[in-house]
Structure formats: C-alpha cells, structure tokens
Design a protein around this ligand. Structure first.
Ligand code: MG
Length: 368
C-alpha cells in the first residue's frame, strides 16, 4: 500500500443538547476529518481531539498542524503492507495520539475496502452486534436527570453512565438508585476528585455501581492504585491510559479492574487492539468509550468494539442522540434491545455524505 495524498477538513457541528462534564460544557463540536487516498481507494478517519486542552493536552488546534507538518510527511511516499505499520512510521512524534489515530484509522478503512471486507473483520472482531450504553452529562436538576435516564432506558440502552463532579455526585446517584434499583449504573468523574475525597467515594459504594470511571488525576496512576486497594467497586481508567505500557502497569499494579479504550486516546486501532489483548490476558474487561464523534468516528468505534474482550456495554450510541443529521449514511441506530448491528459492507461500512460534509466544512487542506 501507499498513500498518494490526504485531505484534512475541519467541520463544525452543533450538538442537539449541550454536554456538560466536570471539565467543560460543550455546544458545538469542532471535528477534524481525514480522507486518505490509498492506491485510489479512499479511507476515512476522524480526530476526536476536543476544542480545548481540558480532557487531554492535545486538542483540535494542535492536531491539525501536527498532522500536516509532521505525521503526513512521515507516511508520504512510504510503502507498507498493512495499516498495522502506520504506528511505527509515526513513532518519532511523541504523544499526539489523537492526530495519529485519525491518520491511522483512515488507512485501516482504506485497507479493509481494498480487501473488500468489513473493518471489524480486518481488526479481528468476532461480534455481529455490540452492546450500547449511554453517557449522560451533568444536569441542572435531579428531576431532569431522572427524566433523561427514563428516556434512554425506554430507547433500549443497556447501561447508564452519568458524569459527576464535586457537589453533583452522591445525591444524583442516590436518586437514580431510588428510581431505578436494578439498572446497570456507573459514574464518570473525569478526574474531578483526589484521595482527600475518599470518604465520599466510599459512600458511593453503597449504590452497587458497575464501576467508577477515572475518579482521580488524569496522569496519576499511583493514587488510583491506592484507591482501588480501599474500594470494592471496580475503578475504570480512561484518561490515565495512553499506551500499552501504561495499560500493563495499570492492570498489574491494581490501579483498576476495567479499562475504557478509546482509540483516539491511545493512537489508533493497532494500540487499542494491543491494550485489549493485555487486558484480556489479565482477565480485565474493556469497553469502548466515546468522544462525541460524528458517524465516521462512531463507525470506527463499532468496528473496534467487536473484539472479544469488549465484554461490557460501551458509550457508542445512535447518531440521533447527538446530531440532528449525521454525516454518514445510513445513520447509526440502536435496537430496542440496546444493540448496534455491525455493518457487513467493506471498510467502516457506512457511506460518508460528501454533500453534507462539504456544507459543514470550515477549513480544508489537501496534501500530496
Ligand atoms: Mg471517561
């Protein structure tokens, strides 16, 4: 394979409802899309970098120049047999995993299309459908939270995750448990707490949560080890795991019992698969997180989540939860049982809607 050129675009998309976490409140997504021309076959990738450096140091305005000035020149003119080799070509750049993942994902899509097989199969996936859960942002009132959860359960979603932050935690969980004693429920703190909050985190143990996601510092593995020793509820790591080495350290040192794998955070499908395998060897289940993706990123997540150790419902949901109109056809839909059917067509298995993408584009650069 060889990549003859790439097109970078930034599109602007308004979320149907603002999404609030302990880090930020977001209304409009700025998303970088990348088209790679691999021997005449077009593959698509999406950069999940956020609008601001709050989730990770990387964000949209760092991803664009890193892709243009460093990553593309490292791939340009190179011959390779498989998308697996892209990670190695980009190694000289440290970090910038979301930019790397965007380029790498486009090559995976192109390779699967060249071979005429679904991306899920090329990655080694074994599932025909994946289990879908939702991530619910912080709400102004408890009643609004309950109404939202009711709506999502009625739509079929298999597990409910709520975002929490200090002051919007215990009461929210208590109320949800009163209303919905049996649902699969978990919380995500996006690093909003410290070990000084241990008494509060211990109180959460009374509500039989599936897991508490990333309670402590985004780069603080040590404190998560200390916390998991003191907690029965599984800790799930998200922000702390960017590499296979960090995943190995996390599971072997007992910093968590579950990992949320986001391929953008870890630099693409190759490393995501590597982390999946490490967790599988240690009997640590994983699930696929979300970054408010458009249909293109969503399609990549669906393919990744077909790997066997993605045994817990993830954050990959229907297009219509986030967008008035998604940029792929057909849109991603969720069955009344809370599952997403894995597409059987070649590559990501969804068609990018070029007319709509063009309309949403705010900047574009073609690199050859
Ligand atoms: Mg998270």
């Amino acid at each position: 394979m060889q990549i003859q050129g790439i097109t970078l675009r930034e599109i602007s998309m308004k979320l149907l409802t603002p999404f609030e976490t302990s880090m930020d409140r977001l209304e409009v997504r700025r998303i970088i899309l990348l088209e790679a021309n691999a021997d005449g076959v077009i593959g698509w990738g999406e950069c999940v970098a956020a609008e601001a450096p709050f989730y990770s140091p990387e964000y949209a305005d760092t991803a664009w120049p890193v892709l243009r000035d460093f990553l593309w020149p490292m791939v340009k003119g190179k011959r390779f047999d498989s998308a697996c080799e892209i990670w190695g070509l980009l190694k000289r750049v440290r970090g910038h995993n979301m930019a790397k993942a965007c380029l790498e994902a486009a090559v995976w899509d192109a390779e699967a299309k060249q071979k005429g097989i679904p991306l899920s199969k090329l990655l080694g996936g074994t599932r025909e459908e994946i289990a879908s859960g939702v991530s619910i942002g912080i709400k102004d009132s408890l009643d609004e939270l309950v109404t939202t959860v009711k709506k999502e359960l009625a739509a079929g979603y298999q597990r409910i995750k709520i975002k929490i932050k200090p002051g919007k935690d215990l009461e929210q969980v208590r109320r949800l448990r009163q209303e919905f004693p049996r649902i699969k429920l978990m919380v995500d703190a996006n690093s909003a707490y410290t070990m000084a909050d241990l008494p509060l985190l211990k109180q959460l143990e009374g509500f039989y949560l599936m897991m508490i996601e990333q309670p402590l510092g985004w780069d603080d593995l040590y404190s998560h080890i200390e916390l998991q020793k003191r907690m029965e509820t599984p800790i799930c790591l998200d922000e702390c795991v960017h590499t296979e080495e960090q995943a190995r350290a996390a599971v072997e040192l007992g910093a968590c019992k579950i990992i949320n794998i986001k391929m953008g955070r870890v630099g693409g499908h190759t490393i995501a698969r590597g982390i999946h395998d490490i967790c599988r060897q240690h009997d640590v289940p994983v699930w696929c997180g979300g970054m408010l993706e458009t249909g293109i990123g969503r399609a990549h997540n669906i393919a990744l989540a077909t790997l066997p150790n993605f045994s817990l419902p993830g954050d990959v949901t229907a297009s219509k939860r986030y967008w008035a109109e998604d940029i792929i056809s057909p849109e991603v839909t969720v069955s009344p049982q809370g599952t997403i059917r894995v597409p059987a067509g070649p590559g990501i298995g969804f068609e990018p809607r070029l007319d709509l993408i063009e309309k949403l584009t705010v900047r574009k650069e073609r690199l050859v």
